[in-house]
Design a protein around this ligand. Structure first.
Ligand SMILES: C[S@@+](CC[C@H](N)C(=O)[O-])C[C@H]1O[C@@H](n2cnc3c(N)ncnc32)[C@H](O)[C@@H]1O
Length: 353
């Protein structure tokens, strides 16, 4: 399983200072021949370990975050593995071909330009899936895996309650709407975990819907959602477009929620390569959250649930907003923490009339 802890994978939950701004154009790359010289002890043979050490040094010299991990992921990718640790000692000691060295150099040059490793490799793992990654579509963050688990748990609870009845209703086929699908990470993981469900993956960006479709093709026909390319707005027509499949059991979303004033402090990797519209939640980070909340009563079935990923400052703000809008009949059921212990996920339910 691939995993990075570097800030491009996080958002404001654990922000670190931006890394060496202004150095993007001053790349200090030791000559490739230096690597060959340094391998002279090995009679000029270049192994995977030599190359990992070499690029780690280059990345460190140039202030590239997570230098070792970046180098290991690139080398393992070229050798057909996901992690360096999974390479056998035979492969580690086999000399790299000129073509492999060339490919490693090309990918490493991209990392030197502060491209996130996920875009450099063109793929990344999310839960049990390996998904294509392509700029500027948002790279799924590891904390979002917990958002998927919350929906799955809620559905399992409903299922258990139902099967405990004297006359259980036949197995349910929950309809799930994901607002802002990006690469399709959430929508496809939900289909993988809840194969009986029907999932609608919508995003305002064509590039995101296209990437979700490509990722779905990898797992077709097992995990195949419906695709909608539209921008969610507080209008009746926006809701109507999403009601083609009828009211839904679940809404799930990891909307743009970064406070606008915090956008400038995001890392170079994010600012240069990711769609900032996927992150910028406006002055209070609530622009899209409020739109989702306003439309939810029209989209959800009675007692339907909504799971949202938000900034740790949002749970209180959402609670107050819901109290000020009692006509929406939405209740904040639970606030769940992420793996950093920050309040990150909201479970909101539509009350039955
Ligand atoms: C933070 S990204 C989440 C992507 C993906 N769900 C994930 O977790 O990796 C937010 C996504 O919402 C989309 N988005 C932003 N505003 C939207 C709107 N008003 N209607 C539909 N999609 C929107 C963006 O294009 C972006 O793909």
């Amino acid at each position: 399983m691939r995993c990075l802890t570097h800030t491009p994978l996080r958002r404001l939950s654990c922000l670190s200072p931006p890394c060496m701004p202004g150095r993007w154009n001053q790349i200090l790359t030791p000559k490739w021949s230096f690597l060959r010289q340094s391998c002279s002890a090995n009679h000029g043979v270049v192994t995977a370990t030599d190359v990992v050490n070499y690029w780690q040094k280059v990345f460190e010299t140039n202030g590239i975050p997570e230098a070792r991990e970046s180098s290991e992921y690139i080398v393992s990718f070229v050798l057909g593995a996901k992690t360096f640790q999974s390479l056998s000692s035979k492969i580690l000691h086999t000399p790299l071909t000129a073509a492999q060295q060339e490919q490693i150099q090309q990918l490493s040059n991209k990392r030197l330009e502060r491209m996130p490793v996920q875009y450099v490799l063109g793929e990344w793992d999310f839960q049990d899936l390996t998904l294509k990654m392509r700029p500027p579509v948002f790279i799924p963050r590891p904390e979002t895996e917990d958002l998927v688990s919350l929906v799955v748990e809620e559905e399992s609870l409903k299922y258990e309650k139902n099967s405990g009845l004297c006359f259980p209703v036949s197995a349910a086929h929950p309809v799930i709407l994901e607002i802002g699908c990006g690469s399709g990470a959430i929508a496809l993981s939900l289909l993988c975990k809840l194969p009986q469900s029907r999932v609608i993956a919508m995003d305002k960006e064509e590039a995101a819907v296209d990437l979700t479709r490509e990722n779905a093709h990898r797992y077709k026909p097992t995990y195949y959602p419906y695709f909608v390319n539209c921008c969610l707005k507080k209008t009746k027509s926006s809701a109507k477009q999403l009601l083609l499949w009828g009211p839904v059991d679940f809404i799930v979303s990891n909307p743009p929620y970064v406070f606008h004033e915090d956008m400038a402090s995001l890392d170079a990797e994010i600012l240069r390569y990711e769609d900032l519209g996927a992150l910028d939640g406006g002055d209070d980070g609530m622009r899209v959250i409020k739109t989702i909340l306003a439309l939810a009563p029209s989209l959800l079935k009675d007692s339907g649930s909504m799971f949202l990923e938000v900034d740790p400052r949002h749970p209180d703000m959402v609670k107050n907003w819901l109290q000020a809008h009692p006509n929406l009949l939405l209740v904040l059921r639970a606030i769940h923490k992420d793996f950093c212990g920050k309040p990150r996920f909201l479970h909101i339910q539509k009350q039955s009339r």
